[in-house]
Ligand binder design. Structure first.
Ligand SMILES: NC(=O)NCCC(=O)O
Length: 431
């Protein structure tokens, strides 16, 4: 763990640049930065009274002659847990629920049409512990108490709410899933989607609790746009993002729970990259705070037993199909981010960049099917002078002290570059 106090945000650091440099720094890093929207009095007063941040932005979009704008406001909530993890489960649950309900009021006051929670928002992210009890007591069916609670708010505020919970499927042997419930703006359950990719990295020991989801890549056609949900670790899988795009998503939400030491450099890139590659909007949401668990745990990686995951760094943001993005919410504070977007931008960017027109799905589809088959042979064209018998399927030499020089000419594209691979007992490294 770092000895440094947690910084509030990367943007806070960038704002220390001389004013004349800031605009260029933001343009290069954030694209066509959306303009801030003024907060309503009600939202600002809730935020002040209950100590959370509200940030709101409007993405620019060109008017069209034959289509009316399709402006919607999307929102995301990031929170820390309220009660300690050894408090009674019901007390922990109700405290978080009250907090989120207050932030939902602020979202409503900002005219939010579609609102998404963070992953497993009703509970501490206890999957690091590998203990079943008491954490599985947070699980509930898709139509359970949390959905019923939010359905009332969704109806009252004419808002679609995406609620990420630990699901218990009572009809299928009480099994658990990591699920987002899609609650329509009339308080109806439109459907639900289960997390497709389950992490087995660091302290994210989620495979102890649930298997990979079985709901495919559904897109939910709501009154405020076509919505997909790529739950947390799925954001590392470009094909997962692609599938929601293929099914017609205009906005893909990424409810997450992730910590600084593991993923922070990846965070600003992945959801934004998906927005660019798939010409849709993406909304990345992460919890905040450090959650301490009563019993120390290890994850078989040589680290001493510890009681927490590390710091969940928040930094929730929205990205547009043209690659522009909002600043992130705080790394340390609860918050609500609201963005006004025009869904027409998806088609405008498709027309301009042509990524869908040029994507050559059949070419990729064919290789993907072959790669998934047990008898797959990778397409490798070997330099006849190179020994690929090490089984690594590349020009790397096998373990030992062998040196192999790849001439600049053989590399073809980098005439000034010479790469040397040095092999030893531990493998090879590039010098
Ligand atoms: N919740 C979850 O899937 N976290 C995995 C870690 C990461 O993807 O950054």
């Amino acid at each position: 763990m770092s000895d440094h106090p947690e910084i509030d945000s990367l943007e806070g650091i960038l704002r220390k640049l001389p004013v004349e440099d800031q605009a260029e720094a933001f343009r290069i890093l954030y694209g066509n930065v959306p303009a801030p929207i003024e907060l309503t009095e009600a939202a600002a007063s809730l935020a002040e009274q209950h100590d959370f941040d509200v940030a709101a932005y409007a993405f620019a979009c060109a008017p069209e002659q034959r289509r009316a704008p399709r402006r919607v406001r999307v929102g995301a909530i990031q929170t820390r847990i309220i009660e300690p993890t050894d408090a009674p489960i019901e007390a922990q649950y109700l405290a978080i629920r009250d907090r989120v309900a207050t932030i939902i009021e602020a979202a409503a006051a900002m005219g939010t049409n579609v609102l998404c929670t963070q992953e497993a928002w009703t509970m501490p992210f206890a999957f690091c512990t590998r203990e079943k009890q008491p954490w599985v007591e947070f699980a509930e069916p898709v139509d359970g108490p949390t959905t019923r609670f939010l359905a009332e708010l969704a109806r009252r505020h004419n808002m679609v709410i995406l609620s990420s919970i630990l699901e218990r499927d009572e009809r299928h042997g009480d099994t658990l899933h990591n699920t987002t419930v899609v609650i329509g703006n009339r308080g109806n359950i439109i459907g639900s989607h289960r997390k497709n990719h389950i992490p087995r990295v660091g302290d994210f020991n989620e495979s102890t609790y649930y298997m990979e989801g079985n709901t495919g890549h559904p897109v939910f056609a709501t009154e405020f746009g076509k919505i997909g949900i790529n739950i947390c670790y799925g954001r590392h899988h470009p094909l997962n993002w692609l599938m929601f795009g293929l099914n017609g998503a205009e906005i893909v939400f990424n409810p997450s729970a992730t910590v600084g030491a593991l993923s922070e450099p990846l965070w600003p890139i992945e959801a934004r990259c998906a927005a660019i590659a798939n010409s849709y909007f993406s909304v990345a949401i992460n919890r905040v705070g450090t959650e301490h668990f009563p019993n120390a745990f290890t994850s078989g990686d040589g680290r001493a037993a510890h009681h927490d995951f590390g710091h969940f760094y928040g930094s929730s943001y929205v990205a547009a199909p043209d690659g522009s993005r909002t600043p992130g919410l705080s790394r340390t504070r609860d918050g609500l981010i609201v963005s006004e977007i025009d869904l027409n931008q998806c088609r405008q960017v498709r027309d301009s960049w042509g990524f869908q027109m040029t994507q050559r799905l059949s070419e990729y589809g064919e290789l993907l099917s072959r790669a998934a088959a047990p008898d797959f042979e990778p397409q490798i064209i070997a330099d006849p002078g190179v020994d690929i018998s090490s089984g690594r399927g590349s020009a790397l030499p096998s373990a030992g002290r062998a040196l192999h020089h790849v001439s600049p000419r053989a590399l073809g594209s980098a005439p000034t570059q010479q790469i040397t691979y040095v092999g030893d007992e531990e493998g090879s490294r590039k010098e």
